[in-house]
Ligand binder design. Structure first.
Ligand SMILES: C[S@@+](CC[C@H](N)C(=O)[O-])C[C@H]1O[C@@H](n2cnc3c(N)ncnc32)[C@H](O)[C@@H]1O
Length: 328
C-alpha cells in the first residue's frame, strides 16, 4: 500500500512488487538497451527495471522536487513538462508509461501520454502501460490495437489493486500500424471483466530490442534550476559578475545601450511596465512571437507542404489617454 503523502499531484508510483513481476516478462539482449519513462516521478520504477542490466535510463518529471530525486536514480532526467520536450523518434527499447490519472480540461492524460509517446519507442520496443481498469475506453483501445501486438493485460496484485484498480498492459510496437478488430473488441471488454493478476511465471515474454541511437533528449524550454547550477559552476560567469559588481556596484551596463540594444531589450519584455511621468506617462509591452507561414506546391506528382517559422517582435505603448501605439 502507498503512504497517503505520496498520492500527491497525480503521483502514484508503480509499486516494487509490480515492477519485479513485470521484469520477469522481459528477455534482455547481449547489447545495450534504453528505458524511458515520460512521467517518471522519482524514477524508482525504471531504476528497478534496469537494475543489474545493461540499460541506460531516461525520465521526464514535471514536479521539480521529484525530478531532482529522479536525477539520483536515472541516467538522464528532464525536469519539466513532457509535452515541451524534443526527443529522438523510434529510439527507446522500452517505455514505462504510468501517466497521471486526470484530465487537463481537454483530454484525459492517460490517452494524451499514450498517443504522444508511441513515436519515441522503436518498432518491437516494449510498452508497459499502467492505468485504472475503467479508463480503458474506446480511444485507448483503438490506439493500443492499432500500434501494438502481443498485447497482454493483467491486474495489479490484490493488495495493490484495491486503491486504484490498476491494470498493466504489455505489448510490443508493431513495425507499422495496422488495425486489429478482434484485439480491439477484446480490449473493449476489459473494463467490465475480471482481469487475472500478473502471474509469477509469464506464458508469453518479450524480447527487449537493443537501443537505437538517442541523439535528442531535451526540454524545449529553459530549465531555470539547471541554468542557475550551470552558471554557478561557470568561472567566466563568476569573473564577469564579480568584476562588474566591483566596477559598477549594480547590474547597470558599463556603456549606455545603443538604439538596437534598446529595441531588443524592449521587445524581450524586460522593460515592460510604466514609463515616464505626468502627461508623458505610458505603459510599454514588448513581446517576441513565432509566426508560421504555410506554402503548398505541386512538384511532379508530389504535393509538397512547407511550414516556415519566422520570429517577429512587437512593441506596443498604452498612453494615458487610452490610445495604443504600435511601435513595431
Ligand atoms: C502515476 S505517477 C507515475 C510515476 C512513475 N512513472 C512510476 O511509475 O512510478 C505520474 C507522474 O507524472 C508526473 N506528471 C504529471 N504531468 C506531467 C507532465 N506533463 N510531464 C511530466 N511529468 C508529469 C506527476 O508529477 C507524477 O509524478
Amino acid at each position: 500500500m502507498r503512504p497517503a503523502a505520496s498520492i500527491k499531484m497525480g503521483f502514484y508510483p508503480t509499486p516494487s512488487t509490480v515492477v519485479n513481476k513485470i521484469k520477469t516478462f522481459l528477455q534482455f539482449p547481449q547489447g545495450k538497451v534504453s528505458f524511458f519513462d515520460p512521467c517518471c516521478g522519482e524514477g524508482i520504477a525504471v531504476k528497478e527495471l534496469a537494475e543489474g542490466k545493461n540499460a541506460v535510463t531516461y525520465g521526464i518529471e514535471l514536479d521539480q522536487a521529484r525530478a531532482e530525486a529522479a536525477k539520483q536514480n536515472l541516467d538522464f532526467v528532464i525536469s519539466g513538462d513532457f509535452f515541451q520536450t524534443k526527443i529522438s523518434n523510434n529510439a527507446f527499447s522500452l517505455m514505462l508509461n504510468n501517466p497521471p490519472y486526470f484530465s487537463d480540461g481537454i483530454e484525459r492524460q492517460e490517452l494524451a501520454f499514450l498517443r504522444n509517446t508511441i513515436r519515441y519507442l522503436q518498432p518491437q520496443g516494449i510498452l508497459i502501460f499502467i492505468i485504472s481498469q475503467h479508463r480503458l475506453d474506446e480511444k485507448i483501445a483503438k490506439v493500443l490495437s492499432l500500434h501494438f501486438e502481443n498485447i497482454q493485460v493483467f491486474a495489479f496484485p490484490q493488495d495493490e489493486y484495491e486503491a486504484f484498480k490498476q491494470i498493466v498492459i504489455l505489448g510490443s510496437k508493431k513495425q507499422s500500424s495496422e488495425p486489429d478488430l478482434p484485439k480491439l473488441q477484446e480490449l473493449l471488454r476489459i473494463p467490465d471483466s475480471m482481469v487475472a493478476e500478473i502471474p509469477e511465471t509469464p506464458l508469453l515474454s518479450y524480447p527487449v530490442p537493443e537501443t537505437q541511437l538517442i541523439t535528442i533528449f531535451k526540454s524545449s524550454v529553459v530549465d531555470v534550476l539547471e541554468l542557475q547550477k550551470f552558471l554557478a559552476k561557470s568561472t567566466l560567469w563568476n569573473r564577469l559578475e564579480n568584476s562588474h559588481r566591483k566596477l559598477y556596484g549594480s547590474n547597470r551596463p558599463p556603456l549606455p545601450l545603443r538604439t538596437g540594444h534598446l529595441a531588443l531589450v524592449l521587445a524581450s519584455g524586460y522593460l515592460d511596465g510604466e514609463v515616464g511621468e505626468g502627461g508623458n506617462l505610458h505603459i510599454v509591452k514588448g513581446r517576441v512571437f513565432k509566426e508560421t507561414k504555410e506554402n503548398t506546391e505541386v512538384l511532379d506528382k508530389e504535393l509538397i507542404h512547407r511550414e516556415t517559422d519566422v520570429i517577429r517582435i512587437s512593441i506596443k505603448i498604452l498612453k494615458a489617454d487610452g490610445s495604443i501605439q504600435v511601435l513595431v
